[in-house]
Design a protein around this ligand. Structure first.
Ligand SMILES: [Zn+2]
Length: 424
């Protein structure tokens, strides 16, 4: 949108003054991600008095700062957001909360220390090799798909070749030298760090995108596919047990971090990834036929996961969790294919009584071990696009004939789904 278009959908705001106040350089056009939000905000502003709006803003400010304020605020904040909403019984220890604030505010400074202590060169190399194996499994998989049209397959393979892999931590660390940290001023530290972060983003305006920048800090136990840069990102935090263990055999690691790699990769090719081309520009590269066939198969997942019930009376939302469930199912299959390929027909001996195939599935089960209270399960079922751990495990495994064979499950048994769902 041009600045003018933004003014026309949200005239309540003195935008030039706002942009100037934020220290924004001149803007020619801007990306308004949620125009509806701004249109509706207009009526909110009209309906409420200035005093009411000030009260709301004051409330927002205090509630955001509450975890950083003295104990009275911290405890009151926890009583609602922790106890009532998630069922927590006690506040997390002070040191854990402190580490989390440092990760939020100075993540790449903390990350440097974290990487020094936890992340070796061997981990990076083994992970990179695994990523390449899984990319080549996806290449084979796309090739064999029955539902994707040949023209679209060609596009998919071009996109796959263009993906870049970012493992562990950034090549260049972020500079925090402008942030003043004071020992006795926690809210001030947070505010100054936030200001510096906003400035850093403002300085990007009008400049080329830096694809080497990371959207997660190194200690984060998570991973992501970035459609606008066509890259997959695995912070050092997820390259630790139980996701990745240097001391364990490939089978377990493929079933764990390998499946996560596969999961992220499929995001580049699903109903979200189809909208972005190999360079990350908005261009839908699917035909309408592909979309129809994809949806037909995806619908099977909507029904499957929509029948899972984490808490009595609450079912998962099959549509909300569809994208993630599809990626989980594809991810573990790709990991399985890659492991089979890497063994080159020579299957290693069983370890602790389990074959490599079985150990791959155990690896998948172990990464999703979790413990949640009923309140949390209820909240997550309504808001989280990821299914709870036990359904991520059983949902995927019961769809896989490879699992059935590995553990000699028979038709009609709980872990054999009829019909089995499959997209990738
Ligand atoms: Zn995902």
């Amino acid at each position: 949108m041009s600045e003018h278009e933004l003014f026309s959908i949200a005239p309540f705001m003195d935008w030039p003054k706002y942009f100037a106040g934020m220290g924004t350089p001149g803007i020619e056009s801007l990306n308004v991600e949620s125009p509806t939000f701004f249109r509706r905000l207009e009526s909110t502003f009209v309906q409420h008095s200035l005093e009411e709006l000030k009260t709301y803003m004051r409330w927002q400010f205090v509630t955001n700062q509450a975890p950083l304020l003295p104990a009275g605020f911290v405890n009151e904040n926890f009583a609602f957001y922790g106890q009532i909403l998630t069922g927590s019984k006690e506040l997390r220890p002070r040191w854990k909360r402190c580490v989390e604030y440092v990760d939020n505010d100075l993540g790449e400074a903390l990350g440097q220390k974290y990487v020094d202590i936890t992340f070796g060169a061997e981990g990076k190399q083994r992970t990179l090799n695994m990523v390449r194996e899984i990319e080549s499994a996806l290449r084979q998989d796309v090739d064999k798909l029955t539902w994707m049209t040949p023209v679209t397959k060609k596009e998919a393979l071009i996109k796959l070749d263009a993906i870049t892999n970012k493992i562990g931590y950034p090549d260049k660390w972020r500079d925090y030298s402008g942030v003043i940290i004071k020992r006795d001023d926690l809210p001030g530290n947070d505010q100054r760090a936030t200001e510096a972060e906003v400035r850093r983003h403002m300085e990007k305006i009008g400049k080329p995108v830096d694809p080497k920048e990371w959207g997660m800090t190194p200690p984060t136990v998570n991973a992501y596919y970035n459609p606008v840069e066509n890259n997959i990102n695995f912070p050092a935090g997820i390259l630790q047990p139980p996701f990745y263990d240097n001391k364990l055999d490939d089978a377990v690691n493929y079933g764990a971090i390998g499946a996560v790699v596969g999961h992220e990769l499929t995001h580049g090719f699903d109903d979200e990834g189809r909208q972005f081309d190999p360079t990350g520009n908005l261009r839908d590269w699917w035909t309408s036929e592909d979309a129809k066939e994809f949806e037909k198969r995806a619908d099977c997942f909507v029904k499957e996961y929509g029948n899972f019930s984490p808490v009595a009376g609450v079912n998962l939302n099959g549509k909300l969790t569809l994208g993630e469930n599809t990626a989980d199912n594809g991810g573990l299959r790709l990991a399985f294919m890659a492991l089979m390929d890497s063994m080159k027909g020579k299957e290693p001996k069983a370890i602790d009584g389990f074959t490599p195939r079985q150990r791959l599935f155990l690896g998948w089960g172990q990464i999703w071990c979790e413990n949640a209270r009923e309140e949390m399960e209820r909240l997550m079922a309504q808001t989280n696009p990821h299914s709870p751990g036990r359904f991520r495990v059983n949902g995927v495994l019961s769809n896989m004939p490879e699992f059935r064979e590995a553990f000699a499950c028979k038709q009609g048994q709980p872990m054999v789904r009829e019909p089995a769902c499959r997209v990738w």
